[in-house]
Design a protein. Structure first.
Length: 220
């Protein structure tokens, strides 16, 4: 890639803002050209991570919905169901009860509602609140490769912790924050671990077209 002229470097830095570029400058010995190259790579690797994050979220929510349907039936999302009553009505911060109520407005099928639910909804479904009813009976069926020799409670706690890590990383990407100083290979491994706990075949399929791995080797 051809380097930018001093005029172009100044214009790009101004467009992105000096405060935003300052973290990249600090990582590049205050070399503007290197800082802009690192910024470019950070944007590219962030975009590349959207693919495994996409597959992870789809696989995760489908696995959780499978367990919910096993217990509560296909109409779990309707108002007044036992599933809705299992959700906390008062919660500090994120409230899954309200998220479900909002997401089903104007919708009549699970297929329309599921994509509207926040990532936090799925994380909230793997808390201890749902152990006895949902995960002790169904975690083996829907997460067959997740610590198969551990107790259901430990398996669920492991999944919850991993999803919290992924959520924090996902938020940094969503808000266009720097990720170049993170252990990105570990971040990628955490995402693919969750997918493999559901389906190793899907992880292998993802590896055939993801670009994170190759970009990791091309950091400026």
């Amino acid at each position: 890639m051809a380097g930018l002229s001093n005029t172009e470097l100044t214009a790009v830095t101004s467009t992105l803002s000096t405060p935003r570029i300052s973290r990249y400058m600090a990582a590049c010995a205050n070399d503007p050209a290197r800082a802009i190259e690192l910024y470019r790579w950070n944007a590219q690797i962030s975009a590349a991570f959207l693919v495994p994050l996409h597959i992870c979220e789809i696989a995760l929510r489908n696995a959780i919905v499978g367990a919910i349907e096993d217990l509560y039936g296909p109409n779990w999302f309707h108002a007044g169901t036992a599933f809705e009553r299992s959700l906390p009505k008062r919660a500090s911060g994120y409230n899954p009860f309200q998220d479900l109520a909002f997401s089903r407005q104007g919708q009549s099928s699970a297929g329309k509602i599921i994509p509207e639910l926040k990532f936090m909804f799925w994380i909230s479904m793997v808390t201890a609140r749902h152990d006895a009813r949902l995960w002790i009976p169904y975690i083996t069926k829907h997460f067959p490769m997740l610590l198969p020799n551990a107790t259901p409670s430990l398996r669920r706690r492991t999944l919850h912790g991993r999803l919290e890590d992924i959520r924090r990383f996902r938020n940094r990407i969503a808000h266009h924050e720097p990720v170049f100083n993170r252990p990105l290979a570990l971040d990628y491994s955490k995402i693919t671990d969750v997918i493999s706990w559901i389906s190793r075949e899907t992880t292998h399929w993802l590896s055939s077209f993801e670009t994170v791995t190759s970009l990791l080797g091309r950091r400026p």
